[in-house]
Design a protein. Structure first.
Lengths: 116, 112
């Protein structure tokens, strides 16, 4: 079946502009995660959605970052007033509900964001 | 505060030999550990996992060992193949699975 897809694959934006990144999870996966990977660093947790529960936003680095997910479908990550330090690869992953054999996350290819 | 650490940024191994990738963690509440493999321009792909109630899990050429007292896990690849050349990340989570902590990765090169 189809894997996790993300769009756009690459985004170049000017400092101060807003950007929206999209993630389409695997159908039936109730859990969805956003991560950021800066150059030479590991994956940094941003936000977690599980079904209709309130999302875990504890990893969002500032109030310029927000994310939404409608039900168990598409999610969008929005970065307002982008800064150069926001340049990174943004990865989305989905899984079955954790604790029900769902610890294995399936990742999308990522969106490479460059803020100039 | 890096809760999961991979102290070796790179590793080179001859084809056919064993590759051993190491990972250390600081949080004793972690309950589940995973290894991911990542090729350039692709997202990480799940490789193998282990829960805290076990000390070993094997899947084909891949074996993960967990030493809870030392807060250390390792991934063994035997025999190593050129196609195994990639960046390997270890990750850890508590029981709820709402947050996963990733190491910074080890770049493995298998030399033919």
């Amino acid at each position: 079946g189809a894997g996790v897809s993300q769009s756009p694959s690459n985004k170049v934006t000017e400092k101060g502009k807003d950007v929206e990144l999209r993630c389409d999870p695997i159908s039936g996966h109730t859990a969805l995660y956003w991560y950021r990977q800066r150059l030479g660093q590991g994956l940094e947790f941003l936000i977690y959605f599980q079904g209709n529960s309130a999302p875990d936003k504890s990893g969002l680095p500032s109030d310029r970052f927000s994310a939404e997910r409608t039900g168990e479908s598409v999610s969008t990550l929005t970065i307002q007033r982008t800064q150069q330090e926001d340049s990174a690869v943004y990865l989305c992953a989905s899984s079955l509900a954790p604790g029900r054999g769902g610890y294995e996350q399936y990742f999308g290819p990522g969106t490479r964001l460059t803020v100039t | 505060d890096q809760q999961v650490k991979q102290n070796s940024p790179s590793l080179s191994v001859q084809e056919g030999r064993i590759s051993i990738l190491n990972c250390d963690y600081t949080n004793s509440m972690f309950d589940y550990f995973l290894w991911y493999k990542k090729y350039p321009a692709e997202g990480p792909t799940f490789l193998i996992s282990i829960s805290s109630i076990k000390d070993k899990n094997e899947d084909g050429r891949f074996t993960v060992f967990l030493n809870k007292s030392a807060k250390h896990l390792s991934l063994h690849i035997v025999p190593s193949q050129p196609g195994d050349s990639a960046v390997y990340f270890c990750a850890a989570s508590g029981k709820t699975g709402n947050q996963f902590y990733f190491g910074t990765g080890t770049s493995l090169t298998v030399i033919p």
